[in-house]
Design a binder for this molecule. Structure first.
Ligand SMILES: N[C@@H](CCC[C@H](N)C(=O)O)C(=O)O
Length: 289
């Protein structure tokens, strides 16, 4: 009988994750193992993987251990590392709640993008404080086929290029990353959001995620879109003192984003655990070699 590794599967607005609880950071998860687990045909399947580790046990998080007991070691579906995942951190919190590691109320979670505060309700949606957006200056252009659009550069811990389009279908099949220029704009790659208006304070997006391809939702992307839309609409809560709230429809559901006068961005949306099981450790080792 080979060794088994526990996993769960969860999603937030259909941005789905393999969850690997590993409090002591004892499981080796090289990029090839993560990609094998996230493979939708030969593995479990997911846009990304949430490695659940105690901050004190992870070299990238031990400095945050005094503030946050748990570290979200997030990986993209291709095995690459990203700084932050907005849907992931809600699902991460839902797992901690289910496992009895967290109760209702506020929970600090360490991420590569810093410590985030997640508010866990008994059931229903979860709200997370995503921190402040950075809006680096500089013109960026995103293209798909013959069409191109100016894009707003928004950093939510991870990089985003937000393009307002007339029709979400203009984003095409999104099988490959949309080219951007200048090519030096995003040395580490970028998540690209295509956005249309649906009404006052209401937009819809499609997204191509760095390291995952087109996904049904991106939480950091929805926050980037809310901020880019606010600035396009002439709203800046940090100047006016008036909070700006946007409803952001994604292919997998709806997220509600508020930018507050202090620049803090709050995101509210669902977080669901759908399954749990065991991974064959020998298969995983073979997949990674
Ligand atoms: N789906 C995530 C974002 C995950 C990271 C992203 N692909 C990147 O490489 O920056 C979200 O919900 O924010």
């Amino acid at each position: 009988m080979s060794t088994r590794i526990a996993f769960l599967k969860g999603h937030g607005t259909e941005n789905d994750f393999v969850i690997v609880p590993d409090p002591d950071n004892a499981i080796d998860l090289p990029p090839a193992a993560v990609a094998a687990l996230c493979d939708r045909r030969a593995g479990i399947g997911g846009d990304g993987l949430l490695h659940v580790v105690r901050s004190a046990a992870h070299p990238e998080a031990k400095d945050m251990a005094a503030e946050a007991e748990w570290f979200m070691d997030y990986r993209n579906g291709d095995g690459s590392i990203a700084e932050m995942c907005g849907n992931g951190v809600r699902v991460f919190a839902r797992y901690l709640q289910r496992a009895g590691y967290a109760g209702e109320g506020d929970l600090a979670v360490a991420t590569r993008g810093g410590v985030k505060t997640v508010h866990i309700a008994k059931e229903g949606d979860i709200t997370v404080g995503m921190g402040k957006a950075l809006l680096p200056e500089g013109d960026v252009t995103v293209s798909v086929g013959e069409r191109s659009w100016p894009a707003r550069n928004v950093n939510m811990g991870n990089p985003h290029a937000v393009a307002f389009v007339d029709d979400l279908a203009h984003a095409g099949d999104l099988y490959s990353p949309p080219p951007f220029s200048p090519v030096t704009a995003y040395p580490d790659g970028v998540n690209v959001e295509f956005v249309i208006d649906r009404g006052p304070g209401h937009v819809a997006l499609r997204v191509h995620e760095r390291g995952s391809g087109e996904t049904r939702s991106c939480g950091t992307g929805a926050c980037a879109v809310a901020v880019a839309t606010a600035r396009r609409d002439g709203a800046d809560p940090t100047v006016t003192g008036i909070p700006a709230t946007y409803t952001v429809d994604v292919p997998g559901g709806t997220l509600v984003i508020t930018e507050r006068p202090d620049g803090e961005i709050e995101m509210t949306g669902p977080a669901v655990i759908v399954a749990e099981g065991r991974i064959d450790a020998e298969w995983l080792e073979r997949s990674a070699s």
